[in-house]
Design a protein around this ligand. Structure first.
Ligand code: AMP
Ligand code: MG
Length: 310
């Protein structure tokens, strides 16, 4: 009997020892109008995933451009948020707009509506409609909030002692270090489909965000009308790019900059990079050429690329 008792105690001890070891969990959720995949390593990873999912759902509701109860709808009624964190997001959006010369414009929603993007009932609005829509200055943080959600989720996971990789529909957020000490590998999507264009090696907690003309668009008479609008014209930006990827420690900045760099194009986008120290970027031109700022490590890229130097 005594022997059995020792065995049982040893078994319980081993079990509790296992529980404390890091383990991995994954989940796929639909939020912010996109499919998201989260993979987490650390203590109680399932619980961490539940918390990340609720956080993303809470932020979706808070920052939705269509929900009448959102911070965005309140802003459109002229009501500023009182909550300090929400206030900081609004101020940061305005600062990012100033930093990018207005190419990231958080008040373009009525123009996006005029093109039918939120309802997917697409149409080509007239010049008059576009200029009336621009005057409405309706808020929309759709170009930055997934990045913000990624950074907030990363902070939550780090507090819990977890690491991992969160894919928020094209916005990739790495969290902490990989268990085996090697860098995270983040593939850059090929808009033409098939294999990745290349793989970025990223260390630590970073946001890797892509804006592209292939993500949301409609076609009329052989012309593609995509969802990234040039605030100057109110029409889809034609800057000679198909896609831009930004790598930055701050998720909201990465997201807003990917949209802004898409509007700016290669030359002006490079100029913004040269006057900044907080991000790196990959540009894919409409001709299919890749340009990569010198602070990035891109590999597995059969087509080759040009390095942009400071
Ligand atoms: P992203 O995919 O991050 O580049 O964001 C694109 C989304 O942001 C669009 O679907 C619109 O809702 C909104 N948007 C479009 N053009 C702009 C712009 N120039 N500045 C800010 N938001 C924009
Ligand atoms: Mg963006």
């Amino acid at each position: 009997m005594k022997r059995w008792g020792i065995f049982v105690l040893l078994f319980i001890f081993l079990l509790s020892g296992c529980k404390k070891e890091a383990s991995r969990a994954e989940t796929t959720v639909f939020a912010m109008d996109t499919v998201m995949h989260f993979s987490v390593t650390g203590p109680e990873p399932e619980k961490a995933l539940e918390e990340v999912t609720s956080l993303v759902e809470k932020l979706e509701e808070q920052w939705s451009a269509s929900s009448p109860d959102s911070v965005i709808s309140a802003l459109n009624r002229g009501v500023e948020p009182e909550d300090a964190a929400q206030k900081a997001v609004v101020e940061k959006a305005l600062a990012l707009s100033r930093r990018t010369g207005g190419t990231f414009d958080p008040r373009l929603y009525a123009v996006t509506e005029a093109w039918g993007f939120p309802t997917k009932v697409f149409r080509i609005p007239s010049e008059e409609e576009i200029s009336a829509a621009r005057k409405q200055e309706k808020w929309d943080l759709g170009a930055a909030i997934k990045g913000y959600a990624g950074q907030e989720a990363a902070a939550l996971l780090q507090k819990r002692g977890c690491s991992g990789i969160l894919n928020l529909g094209g916005n990739v957020q790495t969290v902490g270090e990989k268990a085996d000490g090697t860098p995270w590998r983040v593939g850059i999507q090929n808009p033409q489909g098939g294999d990745y264009l290349g793989v970025l090696s990223v260390t630590g907690t970073k946001s890797v965000v892509t804006s592209g003309d292939y993500q949301r668009y409609f076609e009329r008479d052989g012309v593609r009308y995509h969802h990234i609008l040039d605030p100057e014209t109110g029409a889809p930006a034609r800057s000679g790019l198909q896609a831009v990827t930004v790598v930055c420690a701050d998720g909201m900045t990465a997201d807003a900059l990917s949209t802004a760099l898409f509007v700016l194009g290669l030359e002006k986008g490079t100029a913004l990079w040269r006057e900044s120290t907080d991000f790196e970027a990959v540009f894919l031109t409409t001709e299919g050429q890749l340009y990569v700022t010198e602070g990035l490590a891109l590999s597995d890229c059969p087509q080759g690329f040009e390095v942009i130097k400071r």
